[in-house]
Design a protein around this ligand. Structure first.
Ligand SMILES: *Cc1c(COP(=O)(O)O)cnc(C)c1O
Length: 366
């Protein structure tokens, strides 16, 4: 086994995904006794000094990493990205109004469906006909007359496609983005967005919290009264702790922000992610044995979905890779084959090992 710590394998899971080893080691210590307090991170009150410090540093480092200005609010919520699919229309969509959705994959489709509880989703793009194998050009997007917001998914975790540009919404219309699987994987121009969100478990930390970054002006615009647990405003007014927050998950996300800063920030991380993905795409492109799901111009740098010449060989690939210390390569059931997730914390050595294995597997079975 060639992973950096001897008893760990290269984990290509799509989510919950790999975390930086440095972070995990810090977590091991802090679970026992954080910052000399004599109490572990999971045992501290969410209103006491230790957690105050953890939370405030997480907010601060989140701003530093993403270049988030003061007129944006940062929230740590619960309920996953799926909860946001409901909270976005609840907080932004007047009864019966229309919101536009770019449906580029499985999750984007789910987002659009949840909108129906409050209003009408208009599919400004729908990639279903080609099984979501590509990202639309701006000219293929057909907005409705006056949408309350535009929602899209920057990286399609299952299909392995990714927007390599930020679509333009109609003038004055808030742009909302599900960034679950590529948040903080490359520099972010937050000014182009009114709201972004991401469940932590892909690229930011463990499952249990969802990062939401939104323009403060939106907090005053909720079109209906909302229960405290569903209200962005209630979370903003109470530092994301109107009730007990997922303390542990937020703490780990805070450590991941520090890790990103130590890596040199998003520009450096993006550079690494690009070369990591290239190592694997180069093998796919060098042969007819492997085929990627995504159209070439739409390829994701985070999730690489591909298959061999038959489902039987795909199965053998996954089993043999596991023996070589590479786990969780099985593709999502909706498209089959393999999926290698190469999130920020996947070391370049993992991608090299996979590329090497792909070549050997082809030699034996191709
Ligand atoms: C994983 C994922 C989701 C769903 O996240 P949950 O936290 O399980 O609700 C939504 N959107 C995208 C793009 C994802 O990758």
């Amino acid at each position: 086994m060639t992973a950096t710590a001897t008893d760990r394998v290269f984990n290509f899971s799509a989510g919950p995904g790999v975390l930086p080893e440095e972070v995990l080691k810090q977590v091991q210590e802090d679970v026992w006794n954080i910052a000399g307090s004599g109490v572990g991170i999971m045992e501290h009150s969410h209103r006491a000094d230790t957690y105050d410090r953890v939370l405030h540093e997480a907010f601060q480092d989140c701003r530093k990493v993403g270049g988030i200005p003061d007129d944006y609010e940062i929230l740590f919520m619960s309920g996953g990205a799926s909860m946001q699919n409901a909270l976005i229309p609840a907080n932004l969509l007047p009864d019966g109004a229309t919101a536009d959705y770019l449906v580029t994959g499985y999750w984007a489709d789910k987002s659009a469906k949840e909108c129906k509880f409050y209003g009408k989703p208009h599919l400004a793009f729908d990639g279903k006909a080609t099984n979501y194998d590509h990202i639309p050009q701006q000219s293929e997007i057909k907005y409705s007359e006056k949408p309350a917001y535009v929602h899209y998914t920057s990286n399609n975790t299952i299909m392995g496609t990714q927007f390599h540009y930020v679509p333009t919404a109609p003038a004055g219309v808030p742009l909302v983005c599900d960034m679950c699987s590529d948040i903080y994987s490359e520099p972010l121009d937050i000014r182009k967005f009114s709201l972004i969100y991401a469940g932590a478990q892909k690229n930011l930390g463990p499952a249990g919290t969802t990062l939401v970054i939104l323009k403060k002006e939106l907090l005053e615009k909720a079109p209906r009264p909302l229960p405290m647990t569903l209200s962005y405003k209630a979370f903003a007014e109470n530092e994301s702790r109107p009730n007990t927050p997922p303390v542990f998950a937020i703490y780990v996300v805070g450590l991941v922000f520090k890790w990103i800063l130590k890596q040199g920030g998003l520009a450096a991380v993006a550079q690494r992610n690009k070369s990591k993905a290239k190592i694997i795409y180069d093998v796919i492109d060098s042969t007819g044995f492997y085929k990627g799901h995504a159209r070439e111009d739409s390829r994701s740098l985070m999730n690489i979905s591909f298959h061999t010449t038959s489902p039987e060989l795909d199965k053998a690939f996954i089993a043999e890779a596991l023996k070589e210390g590479m786990d969780n390569l099985k593709g999502h059931r909706s498209i089959g084959g393999m999926r290698a997730s190469t999130y920020n914390a996947m070391p370049v050595e993992g991608c090299e090992a996979l590329a090497q294995f792909m070549k050997e597997f082809e030699r034996r079975h191709g």
